[in-house]
Write a protein that binds this ligand. Structure first.
Ligand SMILES: Cc1cc2nc3c(=O)[nH]c(=O)nc-3n(C[C@H](O)[C@H](O)[C@H](O)COP(=O)(O)O)c2cc1C
Length: 354
């Protein structure tokens, strides 16, 4: 058993990536029951929703699970930038016959705060993972005091060195990864490495176990990551096609296509990898006009709703990693077991981290 499996109490070195908007308790339960580490993304949930989902998990399984939180610094509203952003999008509002001056609401992306910290203290999850760095030290100390194992994503060696002081293990998130880049010490996309280069660089730089993430969607990728020195893998895109995934039918259909992916800031304001659609192609992939995360989103939501009502994913977030053609429409538990059996067969029954 690798040090990481001992740390989490799981049978397999596979973590199902928390995917805000794409999974809830059903997927976490299926993966944890199969022997991996299931994750519940909490960035789009209220404290009460987190409580309900955790209760569902604990009713269904006694196995360990992970609660995941975003810990970005909430942006200072910038009216001028938000107005410029709306101006850039105005032609699309006209096309759909929408009023660009009507305020838009919708699901927010909340940062880990006092209320969510109190929920962690109350629920005492076995594992807590963060994205976009770590929360302020007083909150982090309180999470640590619950006994939860702490993880966070690093996209550079410098970020891994920063996290190593606090984290029980570090997720090395390569450039291929779907969803938001966890980058927090840099905003420069040129610093971002592919998984093949990032994992051994971080393994060499820190003493805590390293979890490889990004572009790993079948047994070949998992075996490669374990061979590079990762103690475990964290897979997101591989699970998107599972029946437990909560993505829209339009998102699911896009996964069966062959459009390229790109890292874009035009949906939330923060770089995130998804399948290229009209919005990303015409306004991005990177726009200097996009307000800071998550303030680009409110202006996108009415366009998304109008397009989706016409059966189009032109303005939808289609988060997916570069390896999305490898994702399989299997139940999440069966997929977890199959990925592990196939990886072990490639590795000749030997797990390099053992
Ligand atoms: C649809 C989607 C949503 C994601 N949401 C989150 C999230 O809420 N929290 C998080 O820590 N990571 C999130 N990620 C990133 C994953 O943790 C992980 O880095 C990534 O999925 C690994 O690359 P892969 O998609 O190629 O497997 C998301 C990824 C995807 C594909």
């Amino acid at each position: 058993m690798s040090s990481l499996q001992a740390l989490f109490g799981t049978a397999l070195p596979i973590i199902q990536a928390p995917m805000a908007g794409a999974n809830l308790s059903a997927m976490a339960i299926a993966v944890s029951e199969a022997g991996g580490l299931g994750s519940l993304p909490c960035a789009m949930l209220s404290p009460d929703q987190v409580r309900r989902e955790v209760q569902t998990i604990r009713t269904a399984t006694a196995k360990p699970f992970n609660l995941n939180f975003f810990c970005h610094t909430p942006p200072v509203p910038d009216r001028q930038r938000e107005a410029a952003w709306l101006d850039r999008l105005r032609p699309y509002y006209r096309e759909f016959g929408l009023d660009a001056n009507a305020p838009a609401g919708g699901p927010t992306r909340g940062a880990f705060d006092e209320a969510l910290c109190a929920v962690v203290e109350e629920l005492r999850p076995p594992v807590v993972s963060f994205h976009f760095g770590l929360p302020p030290e007083p909150l982090l100390r309180r999470v640590k005091e619950t006994g939860a194992k702490i993880l966070s994503s690093a996209t550079t060696v410098a970020e891994a060195a920063f996290l190593a002081e606090w984290c029980d293990a570090i997720i090395a998130q390569g450039l291929e990864a779907g969803g938001h880049r966890g980058m927090f010490l840099t905003a420069d996309l040129d610093t971002q490495l592919g998984t093949l280069a990032l994992v051994p660089a971080i393994v060499d730089a820190v003493t805590v176990p390293v979890i490889a993430a990004g572009g790993l969607a079948d047994a070949r990728g998992i075996a490669a990551a374990l061979t590079l020195g990762a103690a475990a893998v964290q897979l997101g895109t591989a699970y998107l096609g599972c029946p437990e995934s909560t993505i829209s039918d339009l998102h699911r259909a896009a996964l069966t296509g062959s459009a390229p992916t790109a890292i874009t800031n035009v949906i939330t304001g923060r770089p995130s990898r998804g399948i290229v659609n009209r919005l990303v192609r015409e306004v991005g992939p990177i726009s200097p006009l996009a307000p800071s995360f998550p303030n680009a989103l409110p202006a996108i939501l009415p366009l998304r709703a109008a397009a989706e009502a016409r059966g189009s994913a032109d303005f939808s977030p289609l988060w997916a990693g570069q390896a999305y053609p490898l994702s399989r429409a299997l139940p999440a538990g069966a997929l977890t077991r199959q990925l592990m059996t196939e990886s072990l067969s490639i590795l000749g029954g030997r797990r390099p981290a053992e």
